[in-house]
Each structure stands twice: as structure tokens, then as C-alpha cells.
Design a protein. Structure first.
Length: 402
């Protein structure tokens, strides 16, 4: 490590890379403070803390950030219908700015001169950490030990053994990152895009062919674009997400197999499990379609896509992200109502929706009664509507036939 660093705050997952990193820093005389966030990835904060101290951490922070993750990151993503390249609900991408902001907070409090993370030099996550930290505090150095030492898994294991570090038993053939918005699985046999993901990669969803033979109906209630009720019961959004991960997962919903365009210029094969995100995003989008005007929907699609791309691309700190988010939140002030959803063998279908703000009217849209334009009204509208098109064609006759 070339930089002059005396104290570092390390984002510690409890896995092999970051455990080795603690030791690696301390061997160079760097004081290591560790930080682990609980964001629904299913860890035991106490176990992770013990491992951090065993590896040489001088002070450990274990913080339960589930509610903050949901309120500041997941809810804006729901409002923005965030699905990168139409498939990936951004689960890992959303967690990086949260972890970065805590790293900075702790580094300032601990008077550290650097922060560190365990990302490699090929992934998106390094970009998200590095830029977000620098956006929040340009004086802090960002160190990625794995990017520096470039060891293979085997070399890391040997280093750990030679230093008497316990190897986390859970290190599998896949690279996995998870939080309550979803699970990302990469590597192993998945690297050949022709290979079907083996059943063993899935932990939150059952094989859809083995899902219950009867459909299950649920009702999800939104207020200002935020999930607030499940089957009529008022719950905090974090609990709704956890319950839906379980409920939709048991119907085999939320498996995603995606050829993804990474920030660092190449394609990678990504597999995700995101049962709650799949259900909530579908329901939210459906409700918006009942409430927002055609022009709002068309414009919002552009804003949503831009917001999603910025977050994916590591630019949470870009001023445009916040501006878009403010506008999207404003458009969501009326996205309140209920959506009825059917879960069945890997499929989620919206089968009903209602809202006090619906731009839908049975009186206007119904075929049997209410408003019916007269023949004259209909022809008048159609004439005005088609005028531009018909005039242009007439003017171009003989020059540009279509
Ligand atoms: N491709 C996804 C993203 O860029 C997932 C990354 C997950 N990270 C991991 N270490 N497996 O957001």
C-alpha cells in the first residue's frame, strides 16, 4: 500500500476477503476500525463482530440499518419503478451508497484518514463505493485491498491459514450479495451464459414447477407510492418486504436471469432472486397507470430510467439523481390505493386495482351507459386529430410516398 494511512474504517462483511483485509492492514501498522451493516442479508451481527475482533479490528460498529435502507433507498426505487435494463431491481446497487455514507460518518467520528471496502477491480460495486465516499468527503482516501493484492481465492486462504485466521465456512462457489430487496448470485457455472442456473443457487424461491397448485391472492396498499398495507393490515414497509419475500418466494416468484451491461464496459451473466421487489414493482407500476395521465406516464418513464441508470452506474452522488427523485416523489403524491395480486407458479399478475385518485371513470369508459360521443362529436375529434398527418401527406405527394 503506497498511501500514507494510519487509521482506516473497513466495510466488513464477515467474508474471507474482508477478514484477510483486516489482518493485511494491521500487518502494515494501520489501525483498523470495522463496520458491518445489517440490511436484511441474514447475518448475525454478534458473530460478525467476534470475527472482526479475532482478525485484529480495534473497534467494531455493527448497525441495524434495515429501516434506513428502506426509507432512503428502496422507497425511492419503488417510486421510480427501478429495474435496470428492464430486469434488475438494483438490490445490491442501492445498498452501496448507504454503506458508503456510514463509512464516511464513522471515519469522521474516528478521525480516520481512509475508508476501505472488499470489492474487486472488475465489478460495479467498487465504482459505487469510491465515488459516493469521495462525493461525501473528498479528503478521505478509499482503499480496496483486493484490488491491490490481486490474490486468488487459494492465496487468500493460504494467507489466512498462515496467520491463524478462521476461514468463514460459508464461502461457496458463487459470489453472493444479498439484502432485503434481493439476492445477487454470480460466478461458478453461471459464467457460461448457456448453462441453466442450477437449483442450488436459489435460496429464497422454490422451483416454480414445485410451487403450490392453488393460486394465492393478496392485496397490497400504497400511500404516496409507498407500500403501507398487506391484506388490509397496516405494517411498516420493511415488514411488508420481508413478508412478501417469503410469500412470493414460496410461489416461485422473483427468479431473474439476466445478461447485464456493467459499468466497466462488459457483459456479465447475473442471476437474482427478488420476490418482494418483483411483486411490489409490478403492483406500483400498475397503480400509477390507473392514476397518472398519459403525459405524466410517458415523461416519468424517461425520468425513471435516468434515475435507475444513475444508481446502477455508481452516481448516487450526482445532483441529477436527487432532482429526479424529488420530481418522482412529487408525482407519487397521488399514487395511493390498493392492488389485488395473484401469485401462482412463478407468476405474479395484477388482477385488480382501486384508488381515490384514479383518472379512470366507469361512466366515461364503460360501454353500456353514461357518456357516449355522438357521431358528429366523434367525427369532429377524429378530423382535428388526424389533420397534421393528412395535410403533410397531401403536401408531399409525388416526393415522399409512404
Ligand atoms: N451485478 C449486480 C450489480 O452490479 C450485483 C453485484 C453483486 N455483487 C456481488 N459481490 N456479488 O449491482
Amino acid at each position: 500500500m503506497s498511501e500514507n494511512v494510519s487509521k482506516v474504517v473497513l466495510a466488513y462483511s464477515g467474508g474471507l476477503d474482508t477478514t484477510v483485509a483486516i489482518k493485511w492492514f494491521t500487518e502494515q501498522g494501520v489501525d483498523v476500525v470495522t463496520f458491518t451493516a445489517e440490511i436484511g442479508q441474514g447475518i448475525n451481527l454478534k458473530d460478525v463482530e467476534r470475527r472482526a475482533y479475532e482478525a485484529g479490528s480495534s473497534k467494531h460498529y455493527g448497525l441495524d440499518l434495515r429501516n434506513e435502507f428502506v426509507s432512503k433507498y428502496v422507497i425511492p426505487a419503488i417510486r421510480a419503478n427501478a429495474n435496470y435494463e428492464g430486469e434488475y431491481p438494483l438490490s445490491s446497487a442501492l445498498s452501496r451508497p448507504l454503506i458508503s455514507s456510514k463509512l464516511v460518518e464513522i471515519a469522521e467520528k474516528e478521525k480516520a484518514d481512509a475508508v476501505a471496502h472488499g470489492c474487486t477491480s472488475k465489478g460495479n460495486d467498487q465504482v459505487r463505493f469510491d465515488i459516493t465516499v469521495r462525493a461525501l468527503n473528498p479528503d478521505l482516501k478509499v482503499i480496496a485491498p483486493t484490488r491491490i493484492w490481486r490474490w486468488t481465492r487459494q492465496q487468500e486462504v493460504e494467507y489466512a491459514r498462515s496467520r491463524g485466521l478462521k476461514i468463514p465456512e460459508s464461502h461457496s462457489k458463487y459470489s453472493i450479495d444479498q439484502n432485503l430487496w434481493g439476492r445477487s448470485i454470480e460466478g461458478g457455472s453461471l459464467e457460461d451464459p448457456w448453462n441453466e442456473p442450477p437449483e442450488e443457487v436459489f435460496e429464497w424461491t422454490v422451483d416454480p414447477t414445485k410451487a403450490p397448485g392453488e393460486p394465492q391472492y393478496i392485496t397490497l396498499g400504497f400511500e404516496k407510492g409507498i407500500p403501507k398495507t398487506l391484506n388490509g393490515a397496516e405494517l411498516d414497509t420493511t415488514s411488508i418486504i420481508s413478508q412478501l419475500n417469503w410469500l412470493a418466494g414460496k410461489h416461485g416468484i422473483g427468479r431473474i436471469d439476466h445478461m447485464e451491461s456493467r459499468i466497466i464496459g462488459f457483459k456479465s451473466r447475473e442471476v437474482y432472486e427478488a420476490p418482494a421487489a418483483t411483486v411490489i414493482l409490478k403492483a406500483h407500476r400498475d397503480l400509477e397507470k390507473m392514476i397518472l395521465t398519459r403525459r405524466e406516464l410517458q415523461f416519468k418513464e424517461l425520468a425513471d430510467r435516468e434515475w435507475t441508470n444513475l444508481v446502477y452506474e455508481g452516481l448516487w452522488g450526482d445532483p441529477l439523481r436527487q432532482s429526479l427523485e424529488d420530481m418522482i416523489a412529487r408525482m407519487n403524491l397521488v399514487v395511493s390505493g390498493e392492488v389485488r395480486i395473484k401469485l401462482y407458479k412463478g407468476n405474479v399478475s395484477v388482477v385488480g386495482r382501486r384508488s381515490d385518485y384514479a383518472a379512470y371513470s366507469l361512466d366515461i369508459a364503460g360501454y353500456d351507459e353514461g357518456w357516449y360521443p355522438s357521431d358528429e362529436e366523434a367525427r369532429g375529434f377524429i378530423q382535428a386529430w388526424g389533420l397534421h398527418t393528412l395535410m403533410a401527406r397531401a403536401a408531399r405527394r409525388g416526393v415522399q410516398e409512404t
